[in-house]
Design a protein around this ligand. Structure first.
Ligand SMILES: C[S@@+](CC[C@H](N)C(=O)[O-])C[C@H]1O[C@@H](n2cnc3c(N)ncnc32)[C@H](O)[C@@H]1O
Length: 511
């Protein structure tokens, strides 16, 4: 079977998988599916996104007055959902004392759509479902109960029960999270074609959503015949955490090189095929990153760091307790940062759990507008000292979102040091606009948002002399030589200033 740029290949140990049918460049679209087989907004996101288009809405969402479960951003979305499924679904939701679990709501949709009959559908029956393994787990009773409930509520024939159970098992192994452009999880997607992609802890591809549209994109170049890998889990975790999650949820032990060699972020970076994006080289040069990673890998003291993970994880869990005060939360995060001191001493900021601590600190500062400047500094620090190793591709969606967030924060903090914040905002947005072609796609809603933000700042720059056009000429490599040279000089100063801001990021926390 040929699926866009891939074909299904059976691999020993991994089962079916997807192989590239031609050489693919970094950031290319492998498969795009406008309407995946099944998408359900997860319970925690029902109040956040429109259940039809899956976007957030600046004007707020309107709840369905019938079931009071789903919400829509417009009459058009409500009408489309009503016609497609909600007319039937609504009658069921109304009678339930509470909102059914996300997977059950997915099964209800499939039963109502008559996608589940008395025998498994060839579109998904061939997918690995791990039925025998699930039968041995505590989860099995829950799966059977969920299938029974969905069959009963949809008034489907009892003969559908076995297929419904089979479908829930397939969903447990094959469904993946739907996310907003910034990776916030909002739903569950079951799409049999893309589910064929196997897992690696150093994936060469990633799944991106734009509303309902799903795109499988390359992170690295993939040669014709090579396998396409995505990651099922958060790859920044330690090998033990990754292996535990993969075994528990997907019933396999990962033997990718990162797991076999127990490579940390610096080793993984050195083995990556990272392709530099020249304008960002002025922010942090590829050569500098490579030399630094090499030094970390040959530093014997780097391997002698005590196991701080359990203590830091405990502190982070306690800091997320909603009933503690902001001051108590900050104190726990300060202790977590101090516990990471051995990693700081050996300059291993990208090594878990250090980046997690920094991220929590960033979120803490972001929760209060008066501390946005600290949030900005921490984010710059994370980008320069961790992200560039953990996500080696400059167009990696996480890195692109990080740069975009830094640009947005620059608009919301008072000027600091010598950095011209308006120009810094522009130069970062110019880079993001270029990188978004490979990370999310310029035709996506995120691509449009970036272009609009850039147009706004460029309008301001036009009133401030030639800086804006020089920066534009330099990033895009257009215009006259002298203008590009000026642009490069402005950019060098901006990036230097941003690096200085990152340099003092932790001063306030350590006090
Ligand atoms: C989403 S499915 C991928 C398609 C699957 N290989 C199939 O034949 O249907 C996930 C399942 O594939 C297998 N799998 C995926 N990645 C693997 C890997 N790196 N090593 C071993 N098995 C893997 C596991 O059985 C896992 O539960």
């Amino acid at each position: 079977m040929n699926i866009n740029n891939t074909k299904v290949v059976k691999y020993p140990e991994l089962g079916n998988g997807l192989a590239a049918t031609r050489d693919l460049e970094a950031g290319e679209v492998i498969i795009r599916i406008a309407k995946p087989f099944l998408i359900v907004v997860e319970n925690a996101a029902l109040d956040r996104v429109c259940s039809e288009c899956l976007f957030e809405s600046e004007n707020g969402l309107k709840r369905c007055t019938g079931c009071k479960v789903v919400q829509y951003c417009s009459i058009a979305c409500q009408a489309a959902a009503w016609k497609a499924i909600h007319k039937e679904e609504c009658k069921i939701y109304r009678k339930l004392p509470q909102i059914a679990p996300t997977a059950v709501r997915g099964l209800i949709q499939l039963l109502l759509r008559k996608e589940i009959g008395t025998s498994p559908d060839p579109r998904w029956a061939g997918l690995e479902g791990h039925v025998a393994e699930l039968q041995k787990q505590k989860r099995w009773d829950e799966i059977v109960l969920q299938a029974k409930a969905a069959v009963e509520w949809t008034k489907s024939p009892q003969t559908c029960m076995e297929t419904a159970i089979n479908m829930l098992c397939r969903m447990a192994t094959n469904a993946f999270r739907v996310t907003l452009a910034d990776s916030t999880p909002i739903g569950l997607c079951f799409e049999p074609v893309v589910s064929l992609a196997n897992h690696s802890c150093t994936p060469n591809a990633t799944i991106i959503f734009d509303g309902r549209q799903l795109t499988l994109r390359t992170l690295d170049p993939i040669k014709k015949g090579d396998q396409v890998f995505v990651s099922y889990i958060d790859t920044t975790q330690t090998r033990e955490e990754r292996r535990h999650e993969l075994k528990d949820r997907y019933f396999f032990t990962c033997h990718c090189e990162k797991c076999e060699q127990d490579d940390g972020p610096y080793h993984t970076f050195l083995k990556s095929q990272s392709i530099p994006y020249p304008p960002l080289d002025l922010f942090i040069s590829q050569e500098e990153i490579r030399n630094f990673a090499q030094a970390r890998c040959s530093d014997a003291s780097a391997t002698k760091v005590p196991d701080i993970l359990p203590k830091v994880q405990d502190l982070l869990t306690r800091s997320r307790n909603p009933s503690i005060s902001s001051a108590q939360q900050f104190s726990l995060l300060q202790t977590a940062l101090r516990t990471c001191e051995p990693l700081q001493r050996t300059q291993q900021v990208a090594q878990p759990p250090y980046p997690q601590v920094l991220h929590e600190l960033y979120l803490h500062y972001l929760s209060d507008q008066s501390t946005y400047t600290q949030a900005l500094r921490i984010l710059l620090y994370l980008y320069l000292h961790s992200d560039v190793y953990t996500y080696p591709q400059p167009h990696h969606p996480v890195r692109v979102i990080r740069l975009y967030t830094i640009a947005k924060l620059l608009q919301n903090v008072p000027e600091l040091g010598d950095v011209d914040f308006i120009s810094a905002n522009q130069v970062l947005l110019l880079c993001v606009r270029e990188l978004v072609r490979k990370s999310h796609g310029e035709e996506t809603s995120f691509g449009r948002e970036v272009r609009e933000a850039l147009a706004d700042v460029e309008a301001v720059q036009r009133t401030r002399g030639g800086v804006g056009s020089a920066l534009n000429a330099w990033v895009l490599g257009v215009g006259e030589e002298a203008q590009r040279r000026d642009g490069k000089e402005y950019a060098r100063k901006i990036f230097e200033g941003l690096r200085d801001l990152a340099g003092s990021a932790l001063d306030g926390v350590r006090k």
